[in-house]
Design a binder for this molecule. Structure first.
Ligand SMILES: [Zn+2]
Length: 362
């Protein structure tokens, strides 16, 4: 019988591990893990839970890996939710870690990561390596999943819907069963890809015009019930409401920093500060955040810069070659273009229809 050791990261009282609104990381992790355990058992898989299911104790990492090793688990899954800087921002996505060089960890990650991405409907940050205790000290193939960002205004909407966390747990169990080649024990009624899309993702698509015009046509294109469509519509309206209601004052540091990076406030600190209409002390915070974002310093892991389709970016003056090797013409440098497509290390820019490395744009 397949043996799976699985744990929700941290405990409910672990300091720091919470959203900017105070919700606990363990609670999100626990909902996914609890659902996964239930579904794994339906497959007849033996499960050992590594964290305290009441959340009261943050079981030390060494205790967790010792438990899994002594029990002789076949695989280990550690489930977490990510954080960037603990303040709300528009970063986000799902990522999965394995120990550097561990090919069995990579194979496990490949078997599971796409399912979690599919259910959460968030940005796919990919499969990565990191020297983390849970994947290093376990003797079996091990992965650590970060379902979404607790300080992401995008991800938190998905994470706050218990149904999404339940679906992530089920998807995790299904993928684990698939990894072991086990079939059939769980209920065969797998939700269709469309039905499992989050409200947030469907709203994105509607805003992006992927489902045409007219409510009935959109609902059919999305393949959802009227009740679900009403939720999507509400979310679409809510988002457009936020955009038109945003006042220049009271903007978050993160938002102002992004605008500065996007070039919306011109050049020179004095000009930018005036354009933003903020005090010097507030502007200094914005400046710090801009530098942090541009250099990637003080991030938890060194994360690649994130770009999204539709975003305007500027080609750095220092850039010399396109991602495909050709030289970048001088008129392109310093010019701004809209991102048409995003790949791991490059973006496709509209207008010039060329791939430029992420490090060469800002
Ligand atoms: Zn965590």
């Amino acid at each position: 019988m397949a043996k799976v050791a699985i744990g929700a990261g941290h405990g409910v009282h672990t300091p720091g591990k919470r959203t900017p609104a105070g919700e606990r990381e363990w609670s999100f992790n626990n909902k996914v893990v609890t659902a996964a355990v239930r579904h794994l058992k339906k497959y007849g898989i033996d499960v050992l839970r590594l964290d305290d299911p009441t959340g009261k104790t943050d079981v030390p990492l060494t205790t967790r890996t010792n438990k899994a090793n002594n029990w002789g688990a076949d695989i280990l899954i550690s489930y977490h939710h990510n954080a960037n800087n603990g303040r709300w921002g528009n970063w986000g996505g799902t990522e999965t870690y394995y120990y550097p060089g561990a090919s069995t960890g990579l194979a496990l990650a490949k078997a599971i990561h796409p399912s979690i991405v599919g259910v959460m409907g968030l940005r796919d940050r990919g499969i990565k390596t990191a020297n983390l205790h849970m994947v290093r000290e376990s003797r079996m193939p091990a992965i650590l999943i970060e379902g979404g960002f607790m300080d992401s205004t995008i991800d938190i909407k998905v994470m706050r819907d218990d149904d999404n966390l339940e679906q992530a747990g089920k998807a995790l169990a299904d993928a684990i069963a698939g990894y072991f080649g086990i079939r059939g024990q769980a209920k065969p009624s797998k939700p269709s890809k469309r039905a499992s899309k989050s409200i947030s993702k469907m709203a994105d698509e509607v805003i992006a015009g992927k489902h045409g015009n007219g409510h009935d046509a959109r609902r059919k294109s999305l393949g959802i019930t009227q009740a679900e469509y009403d939720k999507v519509r509400k979310e679409v309206n809510r988002r457009s409401g936020i955009k038109t209601a945003s006042k220049p004052k009271g903007k978050s540091i993160a938002k102002m920093a992004q605008e500065v990076i996007d070039g919306k406030h011109g050049n020179g600190h004095a000009n930018r500060r005036k354009s933003l209409g903020v005090s010097s002390s507030v502007y200094n915070k914005v400046k710090k955040e801009v530098n942090r974002r541009l250099t990637g310093k003080s991030a938890v892991y060194s994360k690649p810069k994130s770009f999204s389709v539709g975003q305007k970016v500027t080609v750095k003056k220092s850039a010399s070659k396109f991602a495909t090797g050709e030289s970048i013409a001088s008129f392109v440098k310093g010019n701004s273009y809209t991102v048409k497509q995003v790949k791991s290390d490059r973006v496709l820019l509209d207008g010039i229809m060329s791939w430029v490395r992420k490090k060469d744009v800002y």
